[in-house]
Design a protein around this ligand. Sequence first.
Ligand code: ATP
Ligand code: MG
Length: 698
Amino acid sequence: LAPSVPKLAQPAGTPLVHSSLPCYRKSRSCSHLASASSTAPGSTTMKPQPLLTNFIQSKEEYDALYARSIADPASFWGDVAEQFHWEKKWDPDHHSFNFDVTKGPINVEWFKGGFTNICYNALDRHVMTGHGNQHCMLFEGNEPGSDGAMTYTQVLDEVCRLANWMKAQGIGKGDCVAIYMPMVMQLPIAMLACARIGAVHSVVFGGFSADALAGRMEDCKARVLLTCNGGMRATKKIELKQIADQAIEMCASRGHTVDSVLVFANHKDGVAGAEAAGTPFTQGRDAWWQPTLAEFPALCDVAWVPAEHPLFLLYTSGSTGKPKGVLHTTGGYMVYAATTTKHAFQLQPGDVFWCTADCGWITGHSYLAYGPLLNRAVSVVFEGVPTHPTPARSWEIIDKYQVKQFYTAPTALRSLMRSGDEWLSSTSRQSLQVLGTVGEPINPEAWHWFHDLVGNGRCPVVDTWWQTETGGHMILPLPRAWPAKPGSATLPFFGVEPVILDDKGVELQGECEGLLMMRRPWPSTLRSVYGDHKRYEENYFGPYPGYYFTGDGARRDKDGYYWITGRVDDVINVSGHRIGTAEVESAIAAHHDCAEAAVAGYEHPVKGQGIYAFVVLKEGVVPNDQLKKEMWTNVRTTIGAFAAPDVIHWAPGLPKTRSGKIMRRVLRKIAGGQENELGDTSTLADPSIVRQLIETRN
Ligand code: ATP
Ligand code: MG
C-alpha cells in the first residue's frame, strides 16, 4: 500500500506485541493443551473467578451485580473479561475516560495495557478446546432448499486463507477493508479475517447504491474490497459486482484507487470461468474468491492488538441525518458484545441462534457475527426475506434448524402480522426459548403477537434498546429475571447508567420523562466518528456537557423501567403537552385493522404543534371514516384527548431506511407541506414512497 495511506491510529506509546502463539493449528494438534490461557510474558497464570458466567436468575441478583458494576466498573469488567483469551493482560488501572467536553477531549479507554484478538476468541479458542467439528454457521439461501453449513474448523480455515490473501495485498494492522456482500457465510468470515490481522472492516450494506459504497470506501481509504457477484432477495436479483464496479469508478474519478477486489461467487460451484460468465471482471484487479483462496494456506498467525486497536467502522442508518462513521475498538467491544449476547438471550454453547439483521448493520455485527461466535453458538445466516416465498418462511426456518433464540425487528413483525395469523399454523416453533426485538419501540400489539402466537406464550420477549454507537444492548429485560411490560425495554444492562434530563439539562429523579443520556462509558462505547472526532464530540457530548446524549427520549416509571418515547426530535409539543411519537403510534396500531402507523408534528396555529398520523391499513381493509373515529378513540382512551391526531392520512406505505426504520424527518416535511425540503433520502429503501405519500395527502 502507498505509504501515504493513513492508518487508523494506535494509541500513542503502545508497543505492538508479536504473536507468541503462531497459529491455531499448533494448539489444535496438541489437544492435551486444551486451554486458552496465555503463556506470554505479563499474563497471569492464576485467573480470578470470572464474573457473569451464569445467567441472572432474579431481580435481587441483578440488583447486587448492577450496583457493583456502577461502584467499580474497572474491576467489574475486568472480572468479566477473564473469560476471554488475552495475550497480555490489561493494567490494573485499565479504565479511564472523559465525558465532559468542557474538561478536554472526549476519550474512553478500557483494558488499557491488554492485548488480544477477537477472531482468536471467536474461533481458535473453540477449536483448541475440541469444538472444531461443531457447526459455527448455518446458511439458508433465498430459495427454500438452498442451504449449507460450516463448522468452526471450516470457518477458521477460510478466515485464515482470506487473511493470508489480504496480507498478500499489503493489508496489515490499521488498514481499512471495505466489505460489500449479501448475507452469505463469507460476510462474517470477511469480518473475522480482517480482525485476525488487525485490519479494520467497514461493512457496507449490500442494498446500498454505488454512490453510498463509493462514499464509504473513500471515507476510510479502502484499497481492498471484498464483494460478491450478486445475490437474490425474494424475486429481485442484486448485481453487487456491477454496483461495486461503478463505485470503484466513482472513487477513481475522485482520486481514490481501489487496488484489489475479491469476488465471492455466490450460488456457483466456485470454478473460475464459470462465474465469470455474465459478471463484469477486471483482469489484474479482480480475483474470484474460491479458486484464489484455495491457493492460500489455511494457517495464519493472529495479530495481537492493543485493546483499544480499531476493530471496525460502521455507518448509522441515517434515520435522522447524514450517516455517521462510528468507530469501535477491540477489547471493550469484544467483552460487551459477547456478554450481552449471552445474557440477553440466555445463550449456551451449541445453541442455534438466529438474528435476522444484515451484517451491514450493527445488529448483524454484534448479534449475528461476533456475539454468537464468541459464545460458541451456531449462528443462522439467512440470505432471503421473511415473506419469500410465503410469510411462513421465518417460522419454517425456525423449525428446520430448531432455532432457540430468534432476534428480529418490530418492522418485520408488523409486516408478518399484516399478512395474517394463518401463516403460523403449519409450523410449531417448539424449539424457541427466547425472542428478541431491536431497532424501534415495539408497540404492545406487535409484542403480544410475537409473545402469544409466535412464541406460543412460552418465551420471554427481550426488547433491546441500543444504538450503532453503543455497540451492544443498553436497556433490556434479562429473560426470566424480572417481569416484562410490553413496550418497555425495562432496565439497564450492567455498567450502563441512564440519566433522564429535562431540556434545561437538569437531572430528573424517580418517575419522569425527558432526554435519555448516559453518565458514564460502558465497554463498547463508540470511540470516535471516523475522521471527524469533532463531530463525535459535538454530536454526542456537546448538547449536555458531562453526558453521552443518545438522541432518544425516555420515560421512567414507578418501577424504574425505561420506556423509549422515540427520537427527541420527534417529541411533539401540543398545547404544552410533550408527546412521544411512539405512544401515539402504539395506540393507533392497537386497532386491529392497522398494520403500521407513524406520527409527526406539524405547525398548528392554535396548539403550537398538531399531530399528523400516517396510517397503513392491513391488506384488504378499505379506509373509511368509521375507522378514523375508532383510531381516534383508541388514542383518547389510552393517552388522552390532547394526543388525538389532527390528521389521519391513509398511507400506502412508510418511508423506511434500508435497515427498516421510519425516516421521520421526511414525514415531518410531508406533514408540514414542505416537500421541497426533504433533504438526504439516499438511505431510503424505496424512494418512490415519498411521491406516493405526497400524492395521497388529503
Ligand atoms: P442515525 O443515527 O443516522 O439517525 P439510527 O439512529 O436509525 O440512524 P441506529 O444506530 O441503527 O441508527 O439506531 C439506533 C436507534 O434506534 C436508537 O437511537 C433508537 O431511536 C432506535 N431503537 C433501537 N432499538 C430500540 C428499541 N428497542 N426501542 C426503541 N427504540 C429503539
Ligand atoms: Mg442514531
